[in-house]
Design a protein around this ligand. Structure first.
Ligand SMILES: Cc1cc2nc3c(=O)[nH]c(=O)nc-3n(C[C@H](O)[C@H](O)[C@H](O)COP(=O)(O)OP(=O)(O)OC[C@H]3O[C@@H](n4cnc5c(N)ncnc54)[C@H](O)[C@@H]3O)c2cc1C
Length: 389
């Protein structure tokens, strides 16, 4: 695959921040101040890894969560001091809440920009996270989400992170939520707590089987699939914004792509407002997926989820976790800079920039970045690409 012509024109100097003022959708280049860099070809190849590699870890669905786990150490390593504001007062002033729902971020004259965080394990990680969020907030995201893990303390951290984002930046936020190990009453209790904190949006997921198990088993009386969770949220929290996960490269448990799309449609029919996709590196996968959604009659926004890769080791981990299709040229460009952290960062940023520009050129409702609690790569990408907003 080759990215569009415009995508080949990248300004490599340090970016100015994009302005949000213009909401017009006039055709224009989506790259700021074009300058021609060396072309990057993107012929794709699926990287195959031995199935013996933790079969459990090969599940594409849990990739982001696992990538977070793998990378969490590095994000925590770069924070020096503890931010005293980390002691978040969970009794947030209700009057400051923004009652915006996720669906309102997208529309004919709206391009939704969103960032996804994960709950750090330590106070140090928490303070680093909020420093990065402050930088990301300058891009005026339409909302910020935070993932939800299996453990109770991590789940409280999820609320702490998004309540903190809301309190500091007054930005709309969404909590992720999974059915893992939770009864409907417990899920309801979590969402009631979230609502009291001013959180009116949820990314509703089934979740992956707990560690050591290969099959998802609901708790007694619990939900087996995300569409049941979506229906439950709609019935209990009618006004809540709901996003669901979609899989351009097909969820690993689905018998085939068509069945997976049918199941995605169940989630939309149950009341989801939009679909956010699993990460991918070959835009053709996304375009094909979007087409399958259209054919199936899925009419809500399909928002691509992108994770800029900024070092070679990360690529290998991602590949080993999900068997994602990674462009040969991209992998080899990263390999050329082996041992050169900043060289690999530049290659990753350039790839993510072109991938973003190409998606925009093809007309997308918005974009969701898995930022992995860091801001540098996204600042570079969004400093170059003009979002149509
Ligand atoms: C945007 C995004 C965010 C995520 N955030 C988190 C997170 O915060 N925490 C976390 O633990 N994980 C997260 N995940 C990973 C997710 O939990 C896994 O991918 C999980 O394996 C599937 O979740 P789901 O909601 O897509 O499941 P489902 O939509 O329930 O699908 C699971 C599988 O079952 C099939 N299926 C669905 N419905 C039916 C049905 N009614 N009958 C038969 N088969 C059906 C599907 O085709 C699919 O193969 C995220 C994934 C994405 C894409």
């Amino acid at each position: 695959m080759e990215f569009g012509e415009n995508s080949q024109r990248i300004r490599r100097s340090y970016p100015e921040l994009p302005r949000r003022a213009s909401r017009s959708r006039k055709p224009r280049s989506n790259l700021k101040k074009p300058r021609l860099p060396p072309a990057v070809t993107t012929e794709s190849a699926t990287l195959h890894f031995p199935l013996g590699l933790l079969r459990y870890s090969l599940l594409i669905g849990g990739l982001v969560r696992r990538v977070e786990t793998v990378l969490a150490g590095s994000q925590q390593g770069d924070c020096a001091e503890i931010d005293s504001r980390n002691n978040i007062n969970v009794e947030i002033n209700v009057e400051r809440q923004l009652p915006m729902t996720l669906a309102q971020a997208y529309g004919p004259d709206k391009f939704g920009l969103s960032f996804e965080l994960f709950p750090p394990k330590t106070e140090k990680g928490m303070s680093a996270l909020f420093r990065h969020v402050s930088r990301l907030a300058k891009f005026q995201p339409d909302y910020i989400t935070c993932t939800y893990g299996a453990g109770g303390s991590t789940q409280d951290r999820t609320l702490e992170v998004i309540a903190g984002v809301l309190e500091r930046h007054n930005l709309p936020v969404a909590t992720h939520l999974t059915c893992v190990g939770r009864t409907p009453d417990e899920l309801k209790d979590y969402l009631s707590r979230a609502e009291k904190l001013g959180i009116h949006n949820v990314v509703a997921l089934r979740g992956d089987p707990p560690k050591g198990e290969t099959e998802f088993r609901p708790v007694e009386g619990g939900f087996s699939y995300a569409n049941e969770l979506v229906a439950f949220i709609r019935s209990e929290f009618a006004d809540m914004g709901i996003a669901v996960g979609g899989y351009p490269e097909t969820h690993q448990e689905a018998p085939n792509a068509e069945a997976d799309i049918e199941n995605l449609k169940r989630k939309v029919d149950a009341g989801a407002d939009l679909v956010v996709t699993q990460l991918f590196y070959d835009n053709r996968e996304f375009f094909d997926f979007r087409e399958r959604c259209q054919v199936a009659g899925i009419k809500v926004p399909i928002v691509p989820g992108l994770l800029p890769v900024t070092n070679g080791a990360q690529v290998q981990r991602i590949a080993s976790l999900c068997g994602a299709k990674l462009p040969d040229q991209f992998v080899s460009d990263l390999q050329k800079h082996e041992g050169d952290v900043s060289g690999q960062f530049e290659v990753g940023v350039e790839y993510a920039t072109k991938q973003t520009a190409d998606l925009i050129e093809a007309g997308i409702a918005g974009i969701h970045y898995y930022v992995l609690n860091k801001s540098e790569a996204i600042e570079r990408v969004l400093g170059v690409v003009s979002l149509p907003r």
